[in-house]
Ligand binder design. Structure first.
Ligand code: NAD
Length: 681
């Protein structure tokens, strides 16, 4: 076994799912062994992977060298013994109970006792296979979504006997190969298929009832969930037999409401796709949307009621796994709980075995919308873990997240057993900045003062984190941007894994880092480098951040707990102690030194630095908002030498001004859509 926490993963079955899973694992830097029964099937899987990676080269996602590196991490085999020392083995063979059972019995014999065995089954219970092994505690469901190299969702499904360690290791494995994990009970359809399959089935039923024609049902489905494909087109793409099979499973386990519509079976028997052509009847769209909502929202509420998944994970599943614009619970809040209740009520009248979920009943009586939890607190002995759990938005910070961070932090701080409070982000990122949409809405509504109040509250929390009597640690194990990097900088220590990074992209979107990032960066690594990273938005790698004294400890994922223990025993690090900047940063610092910075801001060649780095910085800064650059330069200058609370007032004092510029609105609203055009006002 490798000394890394997950050094080798086995994938059994090199078909559609298995090859995609293996590809993704290799893409994220983990060695993978892919097995199938025959050499030719292994080769077919390998060539599928090659084809998709080559498309990636064409689309400039990968370089040819990167593709070679990815491929070199995948070993194909037909020999089960090659999986003996894998940390996890993921089964993705035919959806056949006997085939899977037989395979797991063999894997159990061959694999080391430490190996976790996982099934990617869609329709059987995880426990059915766990029971076939001598290690039910080290057995879990890992349910991927097509295409597994592209769709980020992963349902992690412990059965009743799965150990806590296995669940934790599975979640870590998910994170390490770029998946967003939701933990789901071992129940029919798990979380996502439980409401997705009824969506397909209900579309067919409405057709069968002559409620509307296919194009109308398609148009309504797309509108109901803001998705690119309707139910019939989705069935055409993934295969009607899969839909029938999944629906049969739900029907058998859960009763007639879930039973497959006869027209779907007929269509499957005809071995033909659905004919999508025809006219949309606008007059019927509303009724079809209502029916879709009644069914899907009702089922989502039912599964949460049964404890299959949380509301938040159910929403995440829909948004990440199915690419719905909003999750079912967010839709319920949007259309209103009263209306949701009445739509679900209508469905219970059509299908009497489907009962009104208690959670909806309760919410309706409360007269309030659902409120979501975005920040989790877990206390384990002397450690408190505060996890920002909004991976679908890369954990970005908004008012609700801040309020919950504040709340969880207060609870952790008050707990006398807690010695250290660790901030982490769920999924691949740490925290990708603040919620840009919030800023845009406030600017458009003429309420910039709300942004100032929001930022002030953020500062108050960050100061409490910085000055807490407990040791506060940021676990930087993924990308951080803007407000996320600022949260990390506000902690007393930063533990980073090699996957961590920091950057301040704000000046590129017309604003400046407003949560103390410039200030704290300058206090650790000097105002020149603070200016450089603010002006250029250059990503700071973990190695550079460590050499500069910004990151306290670099640790592999497997040794994070040790690193935390170590920090606790050493006591609080002296965050702002005087340090020498390593020689290799001197030239970068000189670029933004007092002799050069005004030249640089005026777009002129600085002196005493190489032509190449100067040209590069000038070019990068050419894409930034000029006013944002100018104001951040002034702020950093004025902050120098001031105590932290006073320095914070200086940056708060310019917020109204920067957010009122037309460049701020241009930059913030262009993000992800187009390159902003700045006018310098
Ligand atoms: N296709 C989807 O959208 C999807 C989504 C989630 C989960 N799943 C599940 O993933 C699993 C695989 O589905 P798929 O679509 O990749 O199927 P597939 O038919 O494309 O691939 C299955 C592969 O498993 C191999 N295989 C069969 N028995 C084997 C054995 N004993 N040892 C090693 N290899 C063996 C086959 O040769 C084949 O290459 C199924 O359980 C399915 O329910 C599928």
């Amino acid at each position: 076994m490798s000394n890394k926490v997950i050094g080798k993963i086995g994938v059994v079955g090199a078909g559609n799912m298995g090859s995609g899973i293996a590809q993704k694992i290799a893409q994220e830097g983990i060695n993978v062994v892919m097995l199938d029964v025959k050499e030719e099937f292994v080769n077919r899987g390998m060539s599928n992977i090659k084809k998709i990676l080559e498309e990636g080269i064409e689309r400039k996602i990968f370089t040819p060298a990167k593709v070679q590196e990815i491929q070199s991490r995948i070993t194909g085999t037909t020999d089960l013994n090659a999986l003996a020392d894998a940390d996890i083995v993921i089964e993705a063979v035919f959806e056949d109970k006997a085939v899977k059972s037989d395979l797991f019995a063999k894997l159990d014999k061959v694999c080391s006792p430490a190996t976790i065995l996982a099934t990617n089954t869609s329709s059987f219970f995880v426990k059915d296979f766990a029971e076939k092994t001598s290690r039910p505690d080290r057995f879990v469901g890992l349910h991927y979504f097509y295409h597994p190299a592209k769709n980020r969702l992963l349902e992690v499904i412990p059965h009743a006997g799965t150990s806590k360690e296995t669940v934790e290791k599975s979640i870590l494995a998910a994170k390490l190969h770029g998946k967003t994990a939701i933990v789901v009970k071992d129940a029919p359809g798990f979380a996502v298929n439980r409401f997705f399959v009824p969506f397909l089935n209900e579309a067919a039923r409405m057709l069968e009832e002559n409620m509307a024609n296919i194009p109308t049902i398609e148009a309504a489905g797309k509108k109901a969930f803001r998705i690119g494909m309707g139910a019939f087109e989705l069935m055409n793409v993934t295969g009607i037999p899969i839909a029938v099979h999944s629906s049969n499973t739900l029907g058998n386990e859960l009763g007639p409401f879930y039973a497959t519509s006869p027209i779907m079976k007929t269509q499957m028997d005809k071995k033909e796709n659905w004919n999508l052509s025809g006219e949309v009847d606008e007059s019927k769209i509303e009724a079809v949307i209502d029916r879709f909502h009644g069914v899907c929202l009702g089922v989502a509420a039912a599964l949460v009621d049964e404890g299959v998944a949380t509301m938040e994970d159910t929403d995440r599943g829909a948004k990440i796994g199915l690419r719905w614009a909003m999750g079912p619970f967010e839709i319920m809040n949007k259309i209103g709980i009263e209306k949701t209740y009445s739509l679900v009520s209508s469905v219970t009248k059509i299908y009497p075995d489907f009962k009104m979920p208690g959670i909806l009943e309760k919410q309706k009586n409360s007269g309030k919308p659902f409120s979501f939890s975005y920040v989790d607190l877990e206390i384990k002995g002397k450690m408190a873990y505060i996890t920002i759990n909004r991976p679908e938005a890369m954990n970005s910070l908004n008012e609700a997240v801040f309020a919950q961070l504040d709340d969880r932090f207060s609870v952790a701080e008050k707990n006398p057993d807690v010695k250290a409070i660790v901030f982490t982000g769920a999924g691949k990122a740490f925290v990708a900045g603040a919620d840009i949409r919030y800023f845009v809405e406030k600017i458009k509504a003429g309420k910039v003062s709300d942004i100032v109040d929001f930022t002030r509250k953020g500062h108050e929390l960050f100061l409490r984190i910085e000055n807490s009597k407990k040791l506060t640690i940021a676990l930087l194990d993924g990308l951080s941007l803007g407000g996320g990097s600022e949260l990390a900088l506000a902690c007393q220590a930063i533990i980073a894994t090699p996957a961590g990074s920091m950057a301040f992209p704000e000046t590129g979107i017309g604003i400046y880092p407003g949560l103390g990032g410039m200030l704290r960066f300058a206090l650790i690594a000097g105002p020149e480098l603070s200016k450089y990273y603010t002006f250029t938005g250059t990503t700071l790698s973990v190695k550079d951040a460590f050499d500069l004294g910004i990151v306290t400890v670099v640790a592999e994922p497997a040794s994070i707990d040790n690193a935390i223990d170590d920090l606790i025993s050493k006591g609080k690090p002296d965050k702002y102690k005087k340090r020498e900047i390593p020689a290799r940063f001197k030239e970068t610092a000189a670029l933004c030194g007092s002799d050069n910075v005004l030249k640089l801001l005026a777009g002129q060649q600085p002196e005493g630095v190489g032509a190449e780095p100067a040209a590069k910085a000038l070019k990068t800064m050419g894409f930034k908002a000029p006013l944002a650059l100018k104001i951040s330069n002034e702020i950093i200058d004025r902050q120098t030498g001031k105590p932290v609370p006073e320095a914070i007032e200086i940056e708060l004092g310019r917020l109204q001004e920067i957010f009122s510029t037309s460049d701020a609105l241009e930059g913030l609203s262009s993000l992800g859509r187009k390159r902003p055009e700045y006018k310098g006002k």
